[in-house]
Design a binder for this molecule. Sequence first.
Ligand code: FAD
Length: 400
Amino acid sequence: MATLTEPSPSLPLSFEDTATAFASKSDAQLNKAYYLFWAMNSNFLVRYGTAFLKFAFKYKIPLTKTIVKNTVFQHFCGGETIEECEKTIQNLAKFHIGAILDYSVEGEKSEKSFDETTEELLHTIEKADHNPNIPFSVFKVTGIARFALLEKIQAKQPLTDAEQAEWQRAQKRFDRICKKAFELDVNLLVDGEETWIQDVIDDMTYEAMSKYNQKRAIIYNTYQLYRADMLGNLKKAFADAQNKGYYLGAKLVRGAYMEKESLRAKDMGYPDPIQPNKEACDKDFNAALEFCIENIEKIGLCAGTHNEYSNQLLAKLMKEKNIASNDSRIHFAQLFGMSDQISYSLAKAGYNTVKYVPYGPVEAVMPYLFRRASENTSIAGQSSREFNLIRSEKVRRRKK
Ligand SMILES: Cc1cc2nc3c(=O)[nH]c(=O)nc-3n(C[C@H](O)[C@H](O)[C@H](O)COP(=O)(O)OP(=O)(O)OC[C@H]3O[C@@H](n4cnc5c(N)ncnc54)[C@H](O)[C@@H]3O)c2cc1C
């Protein structure tokens, strides 16, 4: 297996170097990734494979879990438990890439499961405590509170007494998680979700920032720049933070729920919150990077993107402002199993680079895996890029 040298900040930033991108992968692992992305390149296989897996899990067809765990799960996830993620954390650390343990159990609805998720999230924060290989923790508010309740609150509908009590419990869980992150000095990302619950998530997150971001950015909100209003929201959030005297933690992403957002807006007859086209989304994402760098004295920035240009732009903006590549206020973030050409190259060049490492019981993580598969079809375009890079690396190794 090839190895990397120590990070060297003087290296030019290029994402074409497949030897760097796949340095952590043995030939066998590379082959496995090749066949996985080959399969995901096929819209047919993704569509029918997804339907088949849903059926197979529902009717408990033997070996389904084993097959999934050894293929797609293994590629995109760290394991089923924090302990199982240890190897992945160490492997990433060898290449100076941090791990963000992302407990990816979705769609739960019971108070019991919200309490269990809260306990698990507290463990991820404890695991990150004094651990340079885990620079952030992360969570989704819908992992600790019922989606329909958040929706009702945002719609300003009256809550029943039972719902009032439920809301109090959700707020308590949220504060426990943020407080723990503050006490252990661990950066905490609050993921961005659907627009019809996001105002509630924003309110909770800003309240936590005003409490815990007095000395530096610990709590980070997510800004989905595929929303037409988001660049304005980011600027307003910064102005509010300035007025109230706290640091703003900002994770910038383009956004993962585009089709769902547009469909709902159409069905319910309100204006689509999504940008008119990809160019407008890119323009605002890159403008948001510039805004954060201009105000970096009072912002903690985590750029969550697989877009090569946006990553290069951020590196360029840092250079123009004479910001060291390893400045602790700035992180580049990608998802485990995707865009290694970006993560490994950034880390090699000395930038703070992190990867979300999803984990959880295989069946519970399936919605996350279905999203990755659909994002990686040839329609979405990402897979072709991943697939071509893996193919180039296979050719390069053969010629060696
Ligand atoms: C570390 C990390 C954390 C993330 N956290 C979150 C999160 O908390 N919440 C969340 O929603 N997503 C999150 N994402 C997913 C992210 O929002 C994107 O879906 C994904 O990263 C693809 O965008 P990109 O910037 O990598 O690159 P690109 O491939 O350049 O962009 C694709 C994205 O552009 C946008 N887009 C595509 N077509 C159009 C169009 N016609 N009009 C407008 N916009 C368009 C969509 O957002 C699409 O996903 C995260 C991603 C990463 C890497």
